[in-house]
Write a protein that binds this ligand. Structure first.
Ligand SMILES: O=P(O)(O)OC[C@H]1O[C@H](O)[C@H](O)[C@@H](O)[C@@H]1O
Length: 408
């Protein structure tokens, strides 16, 4: 399913086994388990949901449009772009960038679409605006033959859904948005996109077995959390997630929010930095290798690439050399790993068999648990994001001043 290799994080010598054992990870483990057992947070419970039938009515549309922001869309994008990298019937609308939104909306036939409006609070500015645009576009049609599903618990969007008798799915209150990919937030649109959602949950459950292990060496989420925590304390507070498969780009975007909003509190936290190999060997590797000593690298690599082909080098040391395309990128990753380690840069590696639903379920759940453990190590509230509220208030005031109807 997934293997985790931490040897190079210790080999470089900045952090040792004694350091790991010196961290009170047992208390962190117990505190998180207690929260999960008592339902204070519900991101573990949802992976055991057996009732996937409620999504079966959401099939049969050519296009799937998902409108949301942050935790309400990034997990869906992460899984879709990973497992369905070769399809193109999904449209994701999150930002308030007029050029992006309008160019997407101008090309979709909404009549042949299932449209998900996803917002736990029901009040997120960008989601609201993008919904209004869709509503306006639908209003101009003679009749609307598509389907709108709201995934929301509250706010303006819930009221809008109720007023118009749209279908509403809800999100368990104890599952924070950025941990909600295994709820209707991710599962409903992914089902409409033809993804095998039971396999996503299967992968998450298999990972959960490992994450319940009290033995840190058998618990990759706990071990990776402690390693990153220790390196942060040594000044390596930038966590580079370097994926050697492009279809995991949005997994990185999802991780960025999960790590950033969960742990960035009270002057603590690590900064996630996304990187794609082999490309970034030609742009950022110089910085990783020889820049400030503030980074720890996580390689994410598949054993098998879903497409592959033989390639012949016509002249390597006067010889023809034949290898697979996948051999090339694997050699590049290995070379980077060896060079970084030789240069004293700590790195860990997560290997998945291949990119598929189960692997994504396992990988994403591992990160949810890792962040949960890390929040306990830092002793902070992992599940809120109070610092971003200030900007929202200022922005709503500015928007009221933009009113083009004036005092009408
Ligand atoms: O699901 P929503 O309520 O629309 O929230 C969407 C996103 O917006 C907020 O600003 C939060 O910082 C994020 O944690 C959240 O995922």
């Amino acid at each position: 399913m997934l293997s985790y290799d931490y040897e190079n994080a210790l080999r470089v010598g900045e952090v040792s086994f004694e350091d790991i054992n010196g961290v009170d990870f047992t208390s962190a483990y117990s505190r998180l388990m207690e929260k999960l057992d008592n339902g204070v947070v519900g991101f573990r419970d949802v992976i055991y949901n057996e009732n996937l039938d409620e999504y079966k009515f959401f099939n049969g549309y050519k296009n799937v449009v998902v409108v949301g922001m942050g935790g309400s869309i990034l997990g869906t994008m992460a899984i879709y772009y990973a497992v369905s990298a070769f399809k193109n019937n999904a449209y994701f609308i999150d930002n308030s960038d007029p050029e992006k939104t309008l160019s997407i909306l101008n090309k979709i036939d909404l009549n042949d679409s299932i449209i998900y409006i996803v917002s736990k609070s029901g009040n997120t500015l960008e989601t609201l605006v993008n919904y209004y645009l869709i509503k306006k576009k639908i209003g101009k049609l003679n009749s609307f033959k598509g389907k709108i599903v709201f995934i929301t618990n509250d706010g303006k969007l819930k009221r809008e859904a109720e007023k118009n008798n749209y279908e509403i799915l809800s999100i368990p209150e104890n599952v924070p948005g950025r941990f909600s990919v295994f709820t209707a937030v991710g599962l409903a649109p992914l089902y409409s996109l033809g993804t095998d959602i039971s396999k996503i949950l299967k992968g998450a459950r298999e990972m959960d077995k490992l994450c319940r292990n009290e033995d840190i060496l058998k618990n990759p989420a706990l071990l990776n959390g402690v390693i990153h925590y220790l390196y942060d304390k040594k000044g390596r507070d930038i966590s580079v997630i370097m994926s050697y498969i492009e279809s995991l780009r949005y997994f990185g975007e999802w991780c960025k929010q999960l790590i950033g909003e969960s742990l960035g509190k009270r002057g603590e936290g690590i900064t996630p930095l996304l990187s794609i190999g082999a490309k970034d060997q030609h742009s950022l590797l110089q910085l990783y290798m020889d820049g400030k000593k503030d980074k720890i690298i996580t390689f994410i690599v598949p054993k098998k690439y879903r497409l592959d082909e033989e390639i012949v080098f016509e002249d390597i040391d006067d010889k023809e050399v034949c290898c697979m395309l996948s051999d090339i990128i694997k050699c590049e990753q290995e070379a980077t790993e060896i060079a970084l380690t030789n240069n004293g840069i700590p790195n860990v590696k997560i290997t998945i068999d291949e990119v598929n639903e189960e692997a994504l379920g396992a990988l994403m759940y591992m990160y949810e648990m890792q962040v949960g453990f890390m929040g306990e190590l830092y002793n902070l509230n992992t599940y809120n994001q109070p610092a971003v509220e200030g900007e929202k208030k200022i922005c709503w005031e500015l928007i009221k001043k933009c009113d083009r109807y004036g005092s009408k």
